[in-house]
Design a binder for this molecule. Structure first.
Ligand code: XMP
Length: 326
């Protein structure tokens, strides 16, 4: 039974030296736990699963089998980065599953937010299970559980839980960062050589862009969402806001508005910019982003993203508005 209580004397991992000591300790622990057996990991590319992957690659190399499921709701460039870092740089044993069409077909016409979440979460488990069944000799399942997940069992992650793997896939768990807080996971990730863009990634909901493409997801609006989100990230980065603002993204609603383009009437989608600061995601405030930065983003979205004729900045704090729109 794994120890799930952080010892009072455990130092906060805040320096590369402390991270290195933690890594060495975990490498030894994982090797002792796993022996010559194989470990499976769902690698989303988020901070937690990426750090666990890098740590396990250091400990057991190719005995780790990573599965990256691209459900078509990833942000621009994310799946590509997972492949570039883990397959190309770290030489991981990585299975890449492109199921974007399968997810988008399943989601066609579904407009109820919780139903969308259920479909995305449920199908994700199904795909992962299918991949797990194709593999032979897997004994362990690695997970990027972190300490707040254990402490706040009804916290942010828990209410998105859609169930787990079936009983006959009864793997023993490997959870090397389960006693760490998020900032410590990032320090460990850096010490393991992961790129800054991966280590500093802001929280991204499991259902991904699916809950930001409001109502029934369509491919055209999803494309507009992905492109506008990429522009927002690029411009916030350029303005030095990436580390100052806790979470930021765009949202594309399922209604259109009138515009004028090239002297002709347009009837296109709006893009909403959502940016928040928060400590625990239970309440949030909206940062006063420099007007010129917002104007640059607006102009770029209008010029570069097809099908968009209006850009808005969401001023709503939480409460009353939640951070995500759905
Ligand atoms: P809300 O919208 O509830 O979001 O104010 C609080 C935080 O939770 C994230 N979030 C999710 N994360 N699956 C997740 O893994 C979800 O379905 C989900 N919905 C919201 C949101 O991005 C914010 O950081």
């Amino acid at each position: 039974m794994a120890n799930n209580v952080r010892p009072a004397e455990m130092k906060r991992i805040s320096t590369p030296e402390l991270a290195e000591a933690f890594i060495q300790e975990q490498v030894a622990e994982v090797r002792a736990q796993v022996g010559d057996k194989k470990v499976l990991l769902a690698l989303s590319g988020g901070v937690d699963s990426s750090v666990v992957a890098a740590l396990l690659i250091r400990a057991i190399g190719k005995q780790l089998v990573c599965v990256h499921v691209n459900h078509g709701l990833m942000r621009k460039g994310e799946s590509e980065q997972v492949l570039a870092v883990f397959r190309d740089q770290l030489d991981a044993n990585l299975i890449y599953v492109d199921v974007a069409d399968r997810f988008l077909d399943l989601l066609a016409g579904v407009d109820e937010p919780e139903r969308k979440r259920k479909i995305i979460g449920g199908e994700f488990i199904k795909v992962f299970e299918e991949e797990a069944r194709k593999l032979e000799g897997i004994t362990f399942l690695a997970q990027g559980t972190i300490y707040p997940d254990i402490l706040e069992s009804d916290g942010v992650k828990a209410h998105h839980n859609v169930g787990g793997l079936p009983e006959d896939l009864n793997f023993e768990l490997v959870e090397p960062v389960r006693l760490l807080f998020k900032d410590e996971v990032r320090v460990v990730g850096r010490a393991l050589g992961l790129p800054e863009s991966m280590v500093e990634r802001q929280p991204f909901p499991g259902p991904g862009l699916g809950v930001r493409c409001l109502g029934a997801i369509t491919r055209d609006r999803l494309a507009a969402l992905r492109e506008s989100d990429a522009i927002l990230r690029e411009e916030f980065g350029r303005a030095g806001l990436s580390k100052q603002v806790w979470q930021f993204f765009t949202v594309v609603p399922d209604f259109r508005s009138t515009g004028v383009r090239d002297g002709k009437r347009a009837f296109d989608w709006p893009v909403i910019i959502r940016a928040v600061n928060t400590v625990d995601a239970m309440t949030a405030t909206v940062p006063e982003v420099d007007w010129t930065v917002l104007k640059t983003i607006t102009n770029r979205i209008l010029a570069e993203v097809p099908g968009v004729c209006r850009v808005l900045y969401d001023l709503t704090p939480k409460p009353v508005g939640t951070i995500e729109w759905e």
